[in-house]
Design a protein around this ligand. Sequence first.
Ligand code: SAM
Length: 439
Amino acid sequence: MPSPFLNPAASTAADGLAIVHLRRDNLMPVILEAQEADKEEKVTTTRFGSFPHSTLIDQPWGSQIVASQVHGGRAKKSSTKRKADEALGDGGDTSFKSAASGFIHVLPPTPESWTAGLPHRTQVVYTPDYSYILHRLRARPGTTLIEAGSGSGSFTHAAARAVFNGYPSSSSSSSNKKQRRRMGKVCSYEFHEQRAGKVRDEIKDHGLEEVVFPTHRDVYADGFLLGDDPKTRQSPKATAIFLDLPAPWLAIKHLVRSPADGSVSPLDPSSPAYICTFSPCMEQVQKTISMLRQHGWLNISMVEVNHRRIEVRREYYGLGNEGVRRAIVFPKSVDEAVGKLRLEEARQKEYRKMQKGNSNTQQKDGTGAGAEAEAAGNDDALKSEVESDQVPLYAQGRLVHRTEPDLKTHTSYLVFAILPRVWSDEDERKCRETWPSHD
Ligand code: SAM
């Protein structure tokens, strides 16, 4: 079955994974279940209401689904609810009223929506980090990528999509090896038994088993060769490596061209290898860099992805009754906005009271009425100028920016390095043969 992560269909389907979008920061993965005869219908209950799966199945991706009024929820019917239903004449064993309080959207599973909604078993790598990492690792269709540890499988899904090179067609069994497409692979290692099992199950449920090869392994001790029997293990021939481990430097001794124990290298000898390690503190970074240097890795660099959405806008210049332009800083929340409005109202009331007091005194001595009218006139003129867009941009306020603090990203330091490809005497000879002669 094609994976919905690699080849999404046009609409939701029974037994398929859907991502229920409650809010921008609240996504929920749900396997949609068709109702079986004589069985209670599966219902997904959210803070925005209840959604029987029959209302979610066969919907185009992105559809808005309104919470259900009535569904066959025999078992969930509470006694109070039943009484209310009976009073409404809606009683009976197979239906009850549920508050239709809102709606949700059904989204197709993608690595991004999976990362935002997945069940966390560990810290995960978020989209801003993994998109940059995959780019720096040159992960592309056909790449073989090593990942350790698998953790919650967040990076695994993104890597699978990046290296996926299409499903093998029946003609790919052709004997002409040169024409055979190189299948992309993610070899994912995890030493925690339950997590390794969970990742294996998820990969199968998500139809990714042709791309992701999970292995339960302590990579510090046993490295990255494929297979359970140490005597017959094979090289995955990787060109990209991502280590999200507590001590990545302990795994680097296995990521060499000629391992000290005489075993085969897990790296592709015909290509440079690109590595990224993900560590939360500088001491770990230093240990990793030192080990990379000792094992011949080059171009070592460190990056911290500080992803922020920056909101840029012009601060509005409001007009006060005083007839002067005043900058109004946009409120950060509804509460702050209401507070500011109240303050402004109180200030204006106070000002009008003061003006009235002044004009009474001034009218008595023959001044003031004209000044007040003039101030009000100035204010109106400025207001209409701004409203009709005649005020030049610079006078409408200054540009401000604010960062969005709630964007999820687990800040870590990314260390990148490259191990050049193997260069043999034979390679040198072949290369020289193709050089133009300068004799
Ligand atoms: N990158 C993952 C993701 O995006 O979901 C999260 C990885 S999590 C931070 C680190 C994982 O490394 C843990 O699940 C841990 O069990 C695993 N781990 C730690 N030491 C290991 C070792 N020696 N071999 C393999 N896995 C290991």
